[in-house]
Every structure is written in structure tokens, then in C-alpha cells.
Design a protein around this ligand. Structure first.
Ligand SMILES: [Zn+2]
Ligand SMILES: [Zn+2]
Length: 367
């Protein structure tokens, strides 16, 4: 079938909206009519070659929409069901079997091979040329997405499906770092470096936890105001303040936990230095390929944990469902982060994301 997609022709190239060909669903496939897809910096990283993905291809990995057809052998989803397209996983490897599908040992192939795990690309150019599909198992910068049943998360009745896609990546990444990795103890302190989508999700998650000191650090005053609205008890503008010193003053000593949501190496060090004995520094933000960081040896010996996390760890489906419920209850108001763009203005959405003008752009598909 003919669909509309934003195609990246070459590394660093623009997103070009055009008609392309999508196969009919085969065994194990689920065809989703995409309502909307969030733009995430990981899409930009893939376009620029820091995350390998064959080009030309279709990116997009924060999609949500409606199931319109299922292939042979698919169970557990039905036509007409509203779904979030979650991260793919193989289901058979050691980590998947241990309940850690975010660390699926085949994750690299599943997100970046440009085709199904055991098959070809679902996409072709209009004149029959090669076109990579299945970015994060979905390639959802398109009016339709070919995906697999295991990654789908049903959207409860009454929630706007077009809003829900970003829950599957940036939002669950920040919230999961708090819920699954830090698991704050009563009265504990958390400092969040970077008040973008991931950091603000962490702030909202911390607000739903027993942590009582929640510090947001950023360089944009507007984002710090938003962080306060969403649950930060303190903010630090790092433009003119040493954030490590500020955190120490606020907490009366080091923080219990720090999250780096920026991927900026100097900020990674500040996050590590913000926690003390038995403290935990969690690295979330994506740095350029090959980046390295350092830590002070002596203070790391003080029982400090420096830990990385992908996609919020844990079982993504359960976490995404929980975030939808929290949103419906008014306890995870991530709609405050969002601005909608039509698919044909994808370049404006990308620019708004990189300039910081919009925290989470969402691309609406033409109907
Ligand atoms: Zn696996
Ligand atoms: Zn993402």
C-alpha cells in the first residue's frame, strides 16, 4: 500500500515527506495506522550517524495509533485497538527471559538493522528502491507502521492516543530511572540535571515517590519554572551557579541520587560529584559516540554507585501503562511538555526541539 513518510535520504540530510510503499502484514506483523509520533533526539542521532541505521530510511520511534491489520499467528491485539508502540525486544534472550527486555541482547539489531529481526524491510521507495524500516521496530514517522505485537501497549479508553507515543521512549526513560533504578527512600533527595523531556519525566516521577527534596538543574529559566510546576522543590540555574555547591547547600550535604539527563560530559561529572557516601548517580543522557567520562577515585570508593540506564529499565509495557494511569489521574501531566506539528512541518519540529523552544514536539499524521 502507498503511505506517506518522512524519509532521510543521507546522513545529516533533511526529513523529506513523500509517498512510499509499505508491504502487507506478514506472519507476526501488526499494521498500525499512526495517529502521531514524538520527535526524540535519538531520531536526530540516527540521522547524523551516531546511532547506525541504513539510509535511505524512515525514522520515528515514539508512535501511537490504531491497529488496522494483523498478520498470521498474531495474538493479543485486535483490529481497532488504540496502542502505544513500545521498544522492541526478542523475548528469547537471557535478559528478556530475566524480565529485563530493555536490555535485550538483540536490541542493536532490533532498533537499527533497518529491517525485521528475521526478515526484510517492510518499506520500498515509490519506484521500488530500497528503504530501511523498523527503526526501533516501528519507523513511525509515517502514516502507517509495521510493527510486532509484543511491543504494543493498549491505550485505556478516554485518553487521547495522539498524545501517548512519547511515553514509550523519553518519558518512560526518565520516570523509569526513578521508579526502577533509584527507588527513592522516604525523605530522600534527588537532583535532576537537564530539564528536557527525560529530566522533567524524572521530576514528575520523583513527585510521585517518597523523595522530599527534588532539585532540577538547567540553563533555561522557562524550563526551571516548568520543573517547579511539575514537582521540583528547588531549582538551580547552572548559567551562573556551581550546581554541585548549590545542591550541597540545599541538601545540607550531598544528594542521595543524581540523574544526568544531558549527556554533556562535564555535567555527567557534576551529577557524580553531587552524590556522596552510598549515593547513586544515574547516567541517562546520550553523549556522542565514543565519549568518555571520569570520576574521582577516592570519593567513588565511598560506596557510590555510578549506573547507566536504557529506556528506564524494567518492563516497559508495565511502566508505560502505569504512566498512562498516572496521567489520567492528573499525577503525570506530561501534556505540559508537548506541542503538535503536522508531519509536513517535521523540520520545524526538529528545529524547535534542538533550540529548546519546545520540550517535546509531536508530529500529527495527515488523515
Ligand atoms: Zn531479547
Ligand atoms: Zn527516544
Amino acid at each position: 500500500m502507498e503511505i506517506t513518510a518522512a524519509v532521510v535520504e543521507e546522513q545529516h540530510g533533511p526529513f523529506v515527506v513523500r509517498e512510499v510503499e509499505l508491504e502487507d502484514p506478514g506472519p507476526g506483523d501488526v499494521l498500525v495506522k499512526v495517529a502521531a509520533t514524538g520527535f526524540c533526539h535519538t531520531d536526530g542521532i540516527a540521522r547524523d550517524g551516531d546511532l547506525p541505521f541504513p539510509l535511505p530510511g524512515v525514522l520515528g520511534h515514539e508512535g501511537a495509533g490504531t491497529v488496522v491489520a494483523v498478520g498470521e499467528g498474531v495474538t493479543g491485539v485486535r483490529e481497532g485497538q488504540a496502542v502505544v508502540l513500545g521498544w522492541p525486544y526478542c523475548g528469547g534472550c537471557r535478559n528478556c527471559q530475566a524480565g529485563e527486555p530493555r536490555y535485550c541482547l538483540r536490541l542493536g539489531e532490533l532498533v537499527g538493522a533497518g529491517h525485521r529481526l528475521d526478515g526484510g524491510s517492510a518499506l520500498r521507495t515509490a519506484d521500488g528502491g530500497p528503504l530501511a524500516s523498523h527503526f526501533f521496530g516501528q519507523s513511525s514517522f509515517a502514516t502507517y507502521s509495521m510493527t510486532s505485537a509484543s511491543s504494543l501497549v493498549p491505550v485505556p479508553d478516554g485518553l487521547p492516543v495522539e498524545l501517548m507515543g512519547p511515553l514509550a521512549c523519553g518519558l518512560v526513560t526518565g520516570a523509569g530511572a526513578v521508579f526502577n533504578t533509584i527507588r527513592p527512600e522516604a525523605g530522600s533527595s534527588i537532583v535532576v540535571y537537564g530539564a528536557g523531556t527525560v529530566g522533567l519525566a524524572a521530576v514528575m516521577a520523583a513527585r510521585n515517590s517518597a523523595a522530599t527534596t527534588i532539585i532540577a538543574v538547567d540553563r533555561h529559566a522557562a524550563r526551571l519554572r516548568l520543573a517547579t510546576d511539575l514537582g521540583a522543590t528547588h531549582t538551580v540555574d547552572a548559567t551562573d551557579t556551581d550546581p554541585v555547591q548549590a545542591v550541597t547547600e540545599i541538601c545540607g550535604g550531598p544528594a542521595d541520587a543524581a540523574l544526568d539527563c544531558t549527556g554533556v560530559i562535564s555535567v555527567v561529572r557534576q551529577a557524580i560529584d553531587s552524590v556522596g557516601m552510598l549515593g547513586t548517580a544515574v547516567l541517562i543522557g546520550g553523549a556522542p559516540a565514543g565519549a568518555e567520562f571520569t570520576a574521582d577515585h577516592m570519593t567513588t570508593l565511598w560506596g557510590k554507585t555510578i549506573r547507566g540506564t536504557l529506556g528506564g529499565s524494567g518492563r516497559g509495557q508495565a511502566a508505560i501503562t502505569a504512566l498512562m494511569d498516572l496521567h489520567a489521574q492528573g499525577r503525570f501531566p506530561f501534556d505540559r511538555l508537548v506541542e503538535y506539528f503536522p508531519l509536513d512541518r517535521i523540520e520545524d519540529a526538529v528545529e524547535a526541539s534542538y533550540s529548546g523552544a519546545v520540550v517535546k514536539p509531536i508530529l500529527r499524521m495527515p488523515t
